[in-house]
Design a protein around this ligand. Structure first.
Ligand SMILES: [Zn+2]
Ligand SMILES: [Zn+2]
Length: 64
């Protein structure tokens, strides 16, 4: 039951990182963190996953 049903992807309006956590909403725009909301550089664009293989796992959603 640890699956969160994401219907859409929230992307930071500052750095463009995919936000999978609670975004910082400022002026009706979503930011990854407070730094991005203030126009400062952040490190949220670094994915937590260290492994970058050549094979990309494609998730197929069987929406029937
Ligand atoms: Zn950002
Ligand atoms: Zn950030």
């Amino acid at each position: 039951m640890a699956r969160i049903p994401f219907t859409n992807t929230v992307v930071c309006d500052g750095c463009g990182v995919e936000i999978t956590w609670a975004p910082v909403v400022l002026d009706q725009q979503s930011y990854c963190c407070q730094d991005c909301a203030e126009g400062r550089p952040c490190e949220c664009d670094y994915p937590p996953e260290e492994e970058h293989g050549t094979q990309q796992t494609v998730q197929e959603f069987a929406a029937v």
